[in-house]
Design a protein around this ligand. Structure first.
Ligand code: ATP
Ligand code: MG
Length: 550
């Protein structure tokens, strides 16, 4: 426990619980994703808080798939959630569970409430039930079936389970208080009939528990001491507590914190699924998506995401976090760890006319000046190189430090070169620049005494690897795509969120580049090999935050 950092409200609460000897000094949390989509950066917050607190107090965390809705849930999502969690660096040391594992126990708990006269089967339609619910200022009405005897309720509920009734024809409700100020306590639904095949229990069940009944009871069954969730569940807490008290089960305790909201994106799984299904993005892991898998494919590191979440902090007030904070966290991490390499995205030829034809020499170049232990690698250098088209200008003023008539530049890790002439194609576009090099100006042993203000990156032409490079921009052009009453978030998709460059040249060491390593391309930004396309690199970020200055 760090003493100097001020402790947030959940830490203070746990400190007090421990001081009071609650739960025998145990801290046991859980992360309960519904497997109906991929995890996003918002889930990363819940994960870092839940797993982080248990770790801080030497406790345990369970991963629990909250799989009570067979219609929207799929095994693909279960696998993806496991992978993302592991990649983020978290291990469910309390075990991995499925709410569906508890269907028998939950059924038994429901029978207990029935026998105690605290739950009943209602034969009304969902519309009728909704009509009787009342409003926040007006009490609801009792269902005509509310006073059925426990024996009749038990019989009906068992027959619901046995598949004797049609979907939607009956529900089980808790018998609480139709006049309560909290609408969630107005005889909430506990079970509904659904004839759907479940991804784990198959056709064993045709009744499924509602979120509120399943969730809290699963917490108790697992002995969860601190059930942490987002603020929208605050109004559910009285019901969470009611079930625990009336079932007399392990007293798990729910605490809410503010969701993570990020600008320039949407974060609900339903909306992300729409983007995937309607083909606006290349899957859940499209590098523009705010999903964990998208961020990974984009070149994000787990450490940068954890650092970002740490900076966001834990509080009860909702706010919107600027996505540039996420980008800052990545830049900060990559600046320290990313290997430096050279690549040319928009190549033109640079011919060193006084360099021997056919000669290749190997020049050492630092892998990472921020990390002296990362060593050097050998770069092939020769007579014909590629340089960036924008690094040459036919007409340039005194402030232009790159290549132009009359100018001298240094080629990074190599020699200084001086302009001789250039070649244009029919349209006037420069295709080749000719230079002379100074043999005694080699990096590290330069005795030429010649001044060069600019340094260019380059790749030797016969050893260069061809690559496609994808540049990304924000997926939405509006800071709050969800915040427009009359317009759907889909209307704010940024039409220029991806740019594909197909004729890029990379230094040969990148032949073995693997997804999972993000490189700094000298002067250009941070890039990582794509997980799907051979010879494709994704730009994670530019070197500086260019968005702000636009
Ligand atoms: P979404 O609204 O994106 O569909 P969800 O809340 O339905 O998400 P779940 O799978 O139920 O997704 O979420 C698992 C856990 O992650 C819950 O405890 C939930 O509170 C938390 N969570 C979801 N979104 C966020 C967020 N934006 N910030 C923090 N925690 C979140
Ligand atoms: Mg949910």
């Amino acid at each position: 426990m760090s003493e100097n950092k001020s402790r947030h409200f959940i830490q203070q609460m746990i400190d007090a619980d421990l001081a009071a000897g609650k739960n025998g000094g145990v801290v046991h949390t859980r992360f309960p994703p519904e497997p109906n989509g991929y995890l996003h950066i918002g889930h990363a917050k819940a994960i870092c808080i839940g797993f982080g607190l248990a770790k801080e107090y030497g406790g345990l965390t369970n991963l629990r798939f909250d799989d009570t809705n067979p219609i929207k849930e799929e095994i693909e999502y279960v696998d993806a959630i496991r992978e993302d969690l592991k990649w983020l660096g978290f291990e469910p040391n309390g075990g991995e569970f499925f709410t569906s594992d508890y269907f028998n126990e939950l059924f038994a708990l429901a029978l207990k409430l029935i026998d105690d006269g605290k739950a009943y089967v209602d034969d009304q339609t969902s519309e009728q039930i909704a009509e009787q619910k009342g409003t926040p200022t007006e009490a609801g009405k009792h269902s005509p079936h509310r006073d059925r005897s426990p024996a009749e309720n038990r019989d009906l509920f068992e027959r619901m389970k046995a598949g004797e009734f049609d979907a939607g024809s009956r529900v089980l409700r808790a018998k609480i208080d139709m006049a309560n100020d909290n609408m969630h306590l107005r005889d909430p639904l506990m079970y509904r009939i659904m004839y759907a095949t479940h991804h784990r229990t198959g056709d064993d069940w045709c009744i499924y528990p509602m979120y509120d009944f399943a969730h809290g009871q699963s917490d108790s069954l697992e002995g969860i001491t601190h059930s942490l969730c987002t603020l929208e569940f605050e109004v559910h807490r009285p019901l969470y507590d009611w079930y625990i008290k009336n079932l007399d089960i392990f007293p798990s305790c729910q605490t809410e914190f503010a969701r993570l909201n990020l600008n320039y994106t949407v974060m609900s799984k339903r909306k992300l699924l729409t983007l995937v299904e309607e083909g606006y993005v290349d899957g859940w892991d499209d590098p523009r998506m705010p999903t964990i898998s998208g961020l990974r494919r984009r070149g994000y590191t787990p450490a940068s995401i954890r650092e970002f979440i740490d900076r966001v902090g834990v509080a009860k007030r909702e706010n919107i976090i600027d996505v540039s904070l996420l980008e800052w966290a990545l830049r900060d991490d990559l600046n320290r760890v990313a290997p430096r390499v050279m690549a040319v995205l928009d190549p033109i030829k640079l011919v060193i006319i006084n360099y021997p034809e056919g000669q290749i020499e190997m020049l050492p170049s630092e892998n990472n000046p921020e990390d002296p232990e990362s060593g050097t690698r050998e770069l092939p250098f020769g007579r014909e190189l590629f340089i960036e088209a924008e690094d040459f200008k036919i007409e340039a003023n005194r402030k232009w430090f790159r290549l132009a008539p009359g100018k001298v530049v240094r080629l990074k890790s190599a020699y200084k070169v001086e302009y001789v002439d250039h070649v244009c194609d029919d349209s006037g576009k420069v295709t080749e620049v000719h230079v002379n090099y100074f043999e005694n100006s080699k990096s590290g042993s330069d005795t030429s005494g010649i001044k060069a203000k600019g340094t260019l990156h380059w790749v030797e032409s016969t050893h260069a690897i061809d690559a496609e490079v994808r540049l990304y921009d924000r997926l939405f052009a509006d800071p709050n795509p969800d915040g427009h009453k009359e317009k759907s978030y889909m209307e704010f998709l940024n039409p220029e969120s991806i740019q594909v460059l197909s004729n890029c040249k990379l230094e040969p060491s990148l032949k073995n580049a693997q997804p999972g390593t993000t490189y700094q391309f000298t002067r250009l930004g941070y890039f990582t090999p794509d997980t799907k396309g051979e010879g494709v690199f994704n730009r994670a970020l530019t070197l500086r935050d260019s968005w702000k200055s636009q």
